[in-house]
Design a protein around this ligand. Structure first.
Ligand SMILES: [Zn+2]
Ligand SMILES: [Zn+2]
Length: 213
């Protein structure tokens, strides 16, 4: 179980995303994990502009620099050592050896990125892939099937099959099909391990609030 899991570092590597969009992603993560994450620290990691980064290496660098529950967001392509070409470039990943997850925005952009609507879609996709990877940080596993949450949209942990769609199709069907609410199975798992932080806080504080406020 993660130490200090109620706080997460969100680190921007590269500069595709504006700071206000990064904040939006942080707020979205707080909202979806509201019983489990209480604080988001946003920061920027300076790195040379590169087209691709080894995903594993990036998690190790971030772990050393930030330690603890961390999500890195980069515009570089994330590479894995996988020989299958289909899997050697990933949207996101999590290193099981530490508490660092990484997301690449390089394939999440719609075909054009001219309008506000298209940019919003781009940020929304980045948030959804981030929720999935942060879910892995908490120990959640993929749903191979299309698992709906209470809002009727797919649970963020839905994975589906890459090779059934190709990247663009996958993003449209699976990533865009996901909502921001976790399914009952995922919530039950999170509660069983991390409890409900809302109710486990120092309740006595309430006694200090004057009646009527
Ligand atoms: Zn996954
Ligand atoms: Zn789920």
């Amino acid at each position: 179980m993660m130490k200090n899991s109620s706080e997460i570092n969100i680190v921007r590597i590269g500069s595709d995303i504006t700071y206000s969009s990064l904040k939006k992603i942080g707020d979205g993560i707080l909202e979806s994990f509201r019983d489990f994450i209480k604080k988001v620290n946003l920061s920027h990691h300076n790195s040379p502009v590169v087209e691709s980064i080894d995903a594993q290496l990036l998690t190790m660098v971030l772990d050393e620099e930030y330690s603890g529950h961390t999500l890195g967001i980069t515009d570089a392509d994330l590479k894995t050592g996988d020989e299958d070409e289909f899997y050697n470039s990933i949207l996101g990943g999590k290193n099981p050896q530490n508490d660092v997850a990484v997301v690449s925005t390089s394939r999440l952009s719609p075909e054009k990125l001219d309008s506000e609507r298209e940019y919003d879609l781009f940020i929304d996709r980045t948030l959804k892939v981030s929720l999935h990877e942060v879910g892995h940080n908490f120990g959640l596993t993929d749903h191979a099937s299309y698992k709906p949450a209470a809002d009727g949209l797919l649970c963020p942990m839905s994975r589906g099959e890459f090779n059934q769609f190709g990247y663009r199709g996958y993003i449209k069907v699976i990533v865009d099909g996901r909502g921001k609410i976790f399914c009952d199975d995922c919530v039950t798992f999170l509660r069983s391990i991390y409890g409900r932080r809302n109710s486990s806080g120092p309740l006595l504080k309430d006694a200090l609030v004057p009646a009527g406020l």
